[in-house]
Design a protein around this ligand. Structure first.
Ligand SMILES: [Zn+2]
Ligand SMILES: [Zn+2]
Length: 246
């Protein structure tokens, strides 16, 4: 069995084009993880017929709602309706555990009194170091995005395959390392013509095309301004439900 990536959500924070927020599911033999879990990700998984209790780990790039805001719902359903038994690992940047706790309490007040019957663990991943999450290795790089979100770009490796993602980030000197030889490099492309601060936009991708050397690159996180141009660009573009075999 090879490694498969499913684009559960390829949209921006605001539902542009009717797309779901960021969530990429990676299936390797015996281990299933998702990169980011936006506020809409529970609905997006259901639309694809995917049972969230089959996910072994959630790996977060940063603490923005369109990348982690679905976790209160995943955790609540895991404890109540879905009666999860499988252990779950939530990995992310520094302060992930306390920040996810705050988000849970803000969206589902009173949730703190519930304790999961399954084993729930948090891993806070230092930047520029390899973190082991089961059979998965994740290397976060500093990203240039809203500082309060502890933003990172990620390289993930499992079963000899590398899936990497810029996260939400303006261009950084680390992007060539994030992309290098990746079996799949998922690259933010927020705006087409109008560069937006703290994000990668199409002009950045054109400017740095020769610096990015993955085996395959797919653009994601499109704004309403980018969507009308997505079929004009030569690069491969994501859509919700896209499945890529590596
Ligand atoms: Zn975002
Ligand atoms: Zn963000």
């Amino acid at each position: 069995m090879s490694v498969t990536v499913t684009f559960v959500g390829s949209g921006d924070a605001f539902g542009a084009g009717g797309r779901f927020q960021t969530c990429f599911m990676v299936d390797a033999p015996g281990f299933r993880y998702v990169i980011d879990f936006g506020a809409t990700s529970m609905v997006a998984l259901q639309k694809l017929g995917i049972d969230h209790t089959t996910i072994d780990a959630v790996v977060l790039t940063h603490i923005h709602g369109d990348h982690c805001g679905g976790l209160p719902f995943l955790l609540m359903d895991s404890m109540l309706g879905a009666k999860r038994t499988k252990p779950l690992i939530i990995a992310g940047p520094r302060d992930t555990q306390v920040r996810i706790g705050e988000i849970c309490e803000a969206l589902m007040p009173g949730m703190h009194v519930m304790s999961p019957k399954f084993h729930l663990s948090y891993v806070e991943m230092p930047v520029m170091e390899d973190s082991k999450i089961g059979p998965l290795t994740v290397t976060p790089y500093p990203a240039a995005h809203t500082g309060e979100t502890n933003p990172t770009s990620l390289r993930t490796e499992i079963d000899g395959k590398v899936v990497s993602y810029t996260g939400d980030s303006a261009w950084t000197k680390h992007m060539p390392s994030v992309a290098r030889d990746a079996d799949l490099f998922i690259c933010e492309c927020y705006f087409y013509g109008k560069p937006i601060k703290f994000h990668m936009n199409y002009p950045d991708i054109v400017e740095h095309r020769d610096d990015l050397t993955p085996k395959r690159m797919i653009l994601t996180h499109f704004s309403r301004e980018m969507i009308p141009h997505k079929d004009e660009v030569p690069e491969e573009t994501a859509h919700d439900g896209l499945v890529v075999n590596l």
